[in-house]
Design a protein around this ligand. Structure first.
Ligand SMILES: CC(C)(COP(=O)(O)OP(=O)(O)OC[C@H]1O[C@@H](n2cnc3c(N)ncnc32)[C@H](O)[C@@H]1OP(=O)(O)O)[C@@H](O)C(=O)NCCC(=O)NCCS
Length: 186
């Protein structure tokens, strides 16, 4: 079966309900650092803040066409500054979630590819960082295939559904950092 075509665009506050639906799903939430009982209003507040003019965050959504013509949001991905320290301005962190019924059909890869392209070609990013639970084989395989390498193992990193679980820290350095073109004289 062929997967539906994927469209990637920047998220807006109108996507808050989709964020709550996708990220709150019991098959998605345990892979993330989120908490249960999030609401559309909370996601709207997060999107309003992260998408405000001057903020450096990039929040993307992936859409599939639906039968009635309206697109359906099936995944979200975010690129966020690693902090406010001047000397870490070249670093950004990543978050990723795909709707439970859309997983395994290329949506995560398309979102990650878009984030990496933006970071490499537009975002002045030399280092991408992320944390992934050590038992999340699908996410780890995806990140490895895009050039992320494991840098650390964090024991008992976070409480997940009543158990402290390990995480891996992974990072990807810019494969070909941009330079300044040589000055051409006539
Ligand atoms: C992890 C997640 C984002 C991946 O997105 P996805 O759309 O399901 O992944 P894709 O279909 O794009 O597959 C990406 C790669 O995963 C790998 N993969 C797929 N299923 C796998 C499995 N069961 N085990 C191991 N690797 C697997 C494949 O290498 C695939 O690469 P391919 O394009 O060469 O086939 C998604 O499953 C998800 O949202 N999970 C819940 C939330 C989560 O864990 N987020 C990540 C937080 S760090």
């Amino acid at each position: 079966m062929t997967s539906p075509p994927i469209t990637i665009r920047r998220a807006t506050t109108q996507d808050a309900a989709a964020f709550a639906r996708i990220i709150g799903h019991p098959d998605v939430l345990p892979g993330l650092m989120q908490l249960p009982y999030a609401t559309e209003e909370r996601w709207k507040a997060m999107l309003t803040e992260s998408q405000a003019l001057g903020k450096l965050d990039l929040q993307l959504v992936a859409e599939w066409p639906s039968i009635n013509g309206a697109a359906r949001v099936v995944g979200t991905a975010g690129l966020h500054p690693a902090g406010t320290a001047l000397r870490r301005r070249h670093v950004m962190t990543i978050g990723l979630a795909v709707a439970a019924d859309a997983q395994g059909q290329g949506v995560g890869r398309a979102l990650m590819q878009a984030l990496c392209d933006y970071a490499d070609q537009w975002g002045q990013v030399l280092r991408l960082e992320l944390h992934v639970y050590a038992d999340n084989a699908r996410a780890i395989a995806l990140y490895r295939s895009l050039g992320f390498v494991q840098e650390g193992l964090h024991r008992g990193y976070a409480l997940r559904a009543g158990h402290y679980v390990d995480s891996l820290s992974m990072a990807r350095l810019h494969p070909s950092p941009p330079g300044i073109a040589a000055w051409e004289t006539a």
